[in-house]
Design a protein around this ligand. Structure first.
Ligand code: FAD
Length: 404
């Protein structure tokens, strides 16, 4: 029996052969990961003719958008300017679920723990207050009542966000691809964009198989393969190898019907620890932003248990006793870190018909559909309805910028 991924790839090949006749499109998209798949769906939904190329297969596990779980939360401690974007994302995730019939977002709540003045706690409170978001400051007794096994340290406080939840990244990529295709987008997998050139009216794409394509606009959503392009534009992009690990707990207290996603900003840890409840295939846990700096082509894809998994298991077990009882699996994934941790969503400074969506710095997945909407605005309408000035390239210019 064909699995869904292979079936989709075969359909793509069929569509591709029909597409050879047509070589000019409204929008071309390079990269169909978490972000590019959403861009393809949003552009196609507006009736634009769309061609999108991806160097690997659909919903692959070689970039930044794999690993079964991604956290979504509204009270954005990183910067409250993201809140309107994430609120729109919630609406669009739900719309995608209705359109495709797939469950993509499960509301589990998110429990954030740290010291009162820590970035996570103070930033979460600030964003919740500024945007009047549901947020509960829990006493230690309340934490003990709800999750009796959790080990809070003396000076730690807890915030519970009831609307927080968990996205299924592979399911979301597939759902966006399906929506894009249903709306008429042509999707080419195992197809690498080698280079592009633009003038005022059109963008030419040169594919590795020798094909040339022409489009009125190009959107680049290259994930960690964006490094050279962004660096040429003055944005220093660091690609970081981040290992995500799964464990079977020895208690059912961490099951998804009774336990939330969590973020632990404990003083003394090498990085915050975050994780997800057990949906039946173990708890997924990782450090947020800890790992070797590498490149998309050179990343070490082998997992070394002592180096990659043991540190996660030790911190997890001290915080959630019984959670790390049996190691199940682990896989590396890549963060694309900008100097200030904020995304780059902008037009190319020399080519207004080329849109750049990258540098998602390890927190972009939850925004995929709204970034799709913004990219479609920029590629098709010339401007976005969303406030995205804080994500512009402009901030990296000059010695005072975050690169400086
Ligand atoms: C371990 C881990 C945990 C994370 N947790 C969260 C979380 O809880 N919540 C959250 O919101 N975010 C999270 N993130 C971040 C989020 O997953 C990423 O920001 C997001 O998936 C980035 O998507 P992308 O499309 O930019 O990159 P990718 O998914 O890597 O997609 C880029 C695509 O471009 C393709 N490509 C590149 N170059 C070419 C070319 N020349 N021609 C054709 N195709 C090309 C690649 O093959 C790839 O498919 C996490 C990331 C990691 C690694």
């Amino acid at each position: 029996m064909l699995d869904a991924t292979r079936a989709l790839a075969l359909v793509q090949r069929h569509v591709t052969s029909k597409a050879e006749a047509r070589m000019t499109y409204d929008v071309a998209i390079a990269g169909l990961g978490g972000i590019g798949s959403a861009i393809a769906a949003q552009c196609a939904a507006r009736g634009a003719s769309v061609i999108a190329v991806e160097q690997f297969g659909p919903a692959h596990d070689l970039g930044s958008s794999h690993g079964k779980c991604r956290m979504i939360r509204k009270a954005y401690f990183e910067d409250a300017a993201y809140v309107p974007l994430v609120l729109r994302s919630y609406e669009l995730w739900r719309a995608l679920e209705r359109e495709t019939g797939e469950q993509l977002l499960r509301t589990t709540g998110v429990l954030s723990v740290g010291e009162e003045g820590s970035d996570i706690i103070s930033g979460t409170k600030r964003a919740a207050a500024e945007h009047d978001l549901p947020m509960q400051a829990w006493s230690r007794e309340r934490v003990r009542e709800c999750y009796p096994t959790l080990m809070l340290l003396e000076n730690e406080v807890a915030l519970f966000e009831p609307d927080g939840g968990v996205l299924n990244p592979e399911g979301a990529v597939r759902a966006h691809l399906k929506a894009a295709q249903t709306a008429g987008a042509e999707l080419r997998f195992e197809t690498t964009m080698q280079s592009w050139e633009a003038n005022d009216h059109a963008v030419q794409l040169h594919l590795a198989d020798g094909t040339r394509l022409s489009a009125k606009a190009l959107v680049l959503s290259l994930g960690p393969w964006f490094k050279e392009t962004l660096e040429a534009l003055g944005v220093s992009l660091r690609v970081q190898r981040n290992v995500q690990a799964w464990f079977s707990p020895s208690t059912n207290l961490y099951a998804a019907d009774r336990f939330p996603a969590f973020l632990l900003g404990r003083a003394g840890l090498p990085a915050p620890l975050y994780g997800f409840p057990d949906f039946g295939d173990g708890l997924k846990v990782a450090f947020h932003g800890l790992g070797q700096i590498t490149t998309a082509d050179a990343i070490d894809r082998e997992v070394d248990i002592a180096r990659d998994v043991t540190p996660i298991a030790q911190v997890l077990e001290a915080w959630m006793p019984g959670a790390a009882t049996t190691f199940r699996e682990a896989t590396p994934c890549m963060y694309s870190l900008t100097p200030d941790g904020n995304f780059v969503i902008d037009r190319h400074p020399a080519h207004s018909n080329v849109v750049l969506c990258g540098g998602f710095s390890g927190h972009g997945f939850k925004f995929a559909p709204v970034i799709g909407e913004i990219a479609a605005d920029l590629a098709l309408d010339g401007g976005s309805r969303h406030r995205i000035d804080f994500l512009s390239l402009e901030r990296f210019r000059g010695p005072q910028g975050p690169n400086g």
